[in-house]
Design a protein around this ligand. Structure first.
Ligand SMILES: NC(=O)c1ccc[n+]([C@@H]2O[C@H](COP(=O)([O-])OP(=O)(O)OC[C@H]3O[C@@H](n4cnc5c(N)ncnc54)[C@H](OP(=O)(O)O)[C@@H]3O)[C@@H](O)[C@H]2O)c1
Length: 307
């Protein structure tokens, strides 16, 4: 990575900078492949993965540098925004970094997915050029959990006190049976992403910029692989009964940050092959290795909420 950074610090400037978090794999990497005409800054925690992804992009003619950043760390995200702005006018941010219920504890999911998105939106609000756009990647999971199970009353607290937000949300999650906690934390974190993009539209608009979210269904990415049979079972009865191809979501994300989507802001776009339209039901994720064998079900959640 050092060579790439030296290259950029030595004055590699192009007209437009596009930052892609989670750019080392999956949706982020697939979107980077479409960003010709930009200087793409690929972002993630794992430098080796970023370097490998950058090499493949360079071979395809994309101008790219890499930047290691943990989006759950506010300072790290602020450094990223400063770095990106030093390369040229930042006109696009595809915020695809995230972790699934199989990848972390409830705490880690709230930190990376919810707070990470807050840090990204806040940091890039200040550096995004007029006409620019941030697209935050949410999930269809955000749309699957009944509103009564979502602590939306706690979301605005994140604006003023992230520790209080975190405490309240985790306390809420811990009211639920252990087997559903990671799945619920993921859904809450992604519902927060949708809420944030909608609520940030006005302050982005005041600067002539846009922000929105995209909620993917189940896609064939490394994260999709981790979800394995559960993802396949979810899509089996959908109008499009297969996993989404990664380039299908990449084209949507690239469109959202393009000038052609200039009237699109403060909204969420669901891209799930019709899973939700078919009424396919949620909260049946098995959680991590520590989970007891009791099946996670809507019934369990209802029992807690009602009684
Ligand atoms: N695939 C699906 O079926 C699906 C469905 C709905 C929503 N999504 C969402 O789509 C987005 C992209 O996922 P994907 O499917 O492309 O999975 P992926 O290939 O696992 O990509 C996620 C990327 O995020 C990076 N990342 C994770 N935590 C990070 C952190 N704290 N700081 C910086 N980077 C971090 C990972 O790299 P490092 O580990 O190296 O940091 C990884 O490259 C995620 O937000 C995910 O929640 C995916």
């Amino acid at each position: 990575m050092n060579d790439s950074l030296r290259e950029s610090e030595a004055g590699l400037r192009t007209d437009q900078v596009c930052v892609i978090t989670g750019g080392g794999s999956g949706m982020g990497l697939a979107t980077a492949q479409l960003m010709t005409g930009h200087h793409v800054v690929l972002v993630g925690r794992t430098e080796r993965k970023l370097d490998k992804a950058a090499a493949s992009l360079r071979a395809a003619g994309i101008t790219v540098t890499v930047h290691a950043c943990d989006i759950a760390d506010k300072q790290s995200v602020q450094d990223l925004a400063r770095h990106a702005a030093s390369l040229g006018p930042v006109t696009a941010v595809v915020h695809a970094a995230g972790q699934s219920p199989h990848m972390g504890s409830a705490e880690q999911l709230i930190d990376a997915n919810a707070l990470g998105t807050l840090y990204v939106n806040d940091a890039f609000l200040d550096v995004l050029e007029p006409g620019g756009c941030v697209v935050d990647v949410s999930s269809m999971s955000a749309h699957m959990v009944p509103g009564i199970a979502l602590p939306r009353w706690a979301y605005p607290v994140a604006r003023t006190d992230v520790h209080a937000f975190r405490r309240r949300v985790l306390r809420w999650i811990n009211l639920f049976p252990r087997p559903v906690r990671e799945g619920l934390a993921y859904a809450i974190s992604k519902d927060f992403v949708v809420w944030l993009a909608r609520n940030d539209a006005t302050r982005f608009g005041a600067r002539g910029t846009r922000v929105l979210s995209v909620s993917p269904g189940s896609f064939d990415t490394p994260m999709g692989d981790v979800e394995g049979d559960e993802a396949l079972a979810l899509v089996a009865g959908a109008p499009i009964p297969r996993l989404g191809h990664v380039d299908e979501i990449a084209h949507l994300l690239a469109f959202c940050v393009s000038e052609r989507a200039g009237y699109l802001t403060g909204t969420d776009i669901l891209c799930d092959g019709g899973v939700l339209a078919a009424g396919i039901s949620p909260l049946r994720r098995r959680t991590g290795p520590q989970a007891p064998s009791e099946p996670a079900s809507q019934e369990n959640v209802d029992r807690v909420l009602v009684g």
